[in-house]
Design a protein. Structure first.
Length: 416
């Protein structure tokens, strides 16, 4: 149980049915436990909970009643009640893995970190778990942010399979322990050499800690083993870009796009490189991409952005392209910013302001939009709002770290 991280408790009632064994029911068939069992079997949890509570009035230490009452409350999000019932059951039978793991999940789901860590230590000392249960408990602790407890749980008596190495790698990555994270990802790759995601995770770990030359090696091995993986070719392109091998990076990203013509992230990386090195060539690349893939928002975004910078074509055409980018992917804040800039050039002040505001709503870190707002508010005769926007811009600018470029290229290592 609990092997899938945050669960809905949907399967737990069946797991608790075994607690009926050894329970001596009252002679009359209409006892609360009888009725609770019948109601649970028919799926009537409301009625079952009433009967379970009645049964606990008569038998406060009945494991079947405590376990199932706790699970029903947990499914309803009543975590305080659920923890009370399940904690009582766990105290009565501390070696029982089902009860212990159900209680651990309640603590994790309700954010009770200290109690979860204490329970995890108790489980390690007193409860024999199967491999999938150990990994499930560790994932719960990991998502709760209890990294030491999660690592201790994974390092229980496990055979050392790929899932164990994946989870340990994710934990060590979160702890900032690059050496051990690297070791675990490498073990995962050895056990599962045809999974591109593991090469990607290891490569991005090296990029996160500013060792692009190591990332180039990892992604190079990855594409050698899996030459049709667009993900790994993109990772190689990112690594080569940060390692200042821009021509090779461009070739790798072009390969990623050839393998997956709708790979938005690869287009974004390629666009950043071409924009700096070959802006006119980049404009043609994205003009062709718009024609070939009219449903791809990143093509319209980069075409509009570059056309605006290079003063290519009419401003009306640029606005149309960027409106298309926004309509295809309203969540991409940069498209709103570029559309705002184009509308500003078009002297459409009110709508430009609306786009810059939407840009900040989507991504407050794009603080350059605050600067544009300051200019437009002043132009519209609103000095107070202009001053407020300018202050916000200066404050954000002061907080900007020196490694902005790296952060833009970083990918969040996905969690198990």
């Amino acid at each position: 149980m609990c092997c899938g991280g945050w669960r809905s408790f949907a399967r737990w009632p069946a797991a608790m049915q075994y607690l009926l064994v050894g329970v001596v029911l009252a002679a009359e068939t209409s006892s609360p436990l009888d009725r609770a069992q019948a109601l649970l079997s028919s799926g009537n949890e409301d009625g079952a909970l009433v009967e379970l509570k009645a049964a606990l009035q008569q038998q406060p230490d009945n494991l079947f009643a405590l376990g199932n009452a706790g699970l029903i409350c947990a499914r309803r999000g009543q975590f305080v009640l659920a923890s009370e019932y399940l904690a009582r059951a766990h105290r009565l039978k501390p070696a029982d893995p089902q009860l212990a793991l159900a209680l651990l999940e309640v603590f994790a789901r309700s954010g009770r970190k200290k109690e979860a860590e204490q329970l995890a230590a108790d489980i390690r000392a007193n409860t024999k778990l199967q491999s999938n249960q150990i990994l499930g408990a560790a994932r719960l602790l990991f998502r709760l942010g209890s990294l030491d407890a999660a690592a201790s749980m994974v390092n229980m008596d496990l055979p050392g399979g790929v899932e164990q190495h994946d989870l340990l790698a994710a934990i060590y990555t979160a702890q900032g322990d690059v050496r051990r994270a690297s070791d675990e990802w490498q073990k995962s790759i050895q056990l599962s050499p045809d999974d591109p995601k593991r090469y990607f995770q290891l490569g991005m770990l090296y990029l996160k800690y500013r060792t692009p030359s190591l990332a180039v090696i990892v992604f190079g091995h990855g594409v050698e083993r899996l030459p049709n993986s667009a993900l790994l070719w993109m990772g190689l392109g990112i690594s080569q870009c940060l390692d200042e091998k821009l021509e090779r990076a461009e070739q790798s990203l072009q390969t990623a796009i050839r393998l997956d013509p709708r790979f938005t992230d690869a287009y974004l990386m390629l666009g950043d490189i071409l924009e700096q090195e070959k802006p006119h060539e980049a404009l043609e690349v994205f003009r062709r991409t718009m024609a070939a893939h009219p449903e791809l928002p990143v093509a319209y975004y980069y075409y509009g952005r570059l056309a605006l910078q290079l003063n290519e074509g009419s401003i009306d055409d640029v606005v149309r392209a960027l409106r298309r980018a926004v309509s295809l992917d309203p969540s991409f804040a940069d498209s709103h910013y570029e559309l705002g800039r184009a509308l500003e050039e078009q002297d459409n002040t009110d709508e430009a302001i609306a786009q810059f505001q939407e840009c900040l709503r989507r991504d407050p870190k794009l603080f350059k939009a605050e600067y544009r707002l300051a200019i437009l508010y002043r132009k519209r005769g609103e000095p107070a709002r202009a001053e407020q926007a300018l202050k916000a811009f200066k404050l954000a600018q002061e907080r900007q770290s020196s490694d902005t470029e790296l952060k833009q290229l970083e990918y969040q290592v996905s969690q198990p």
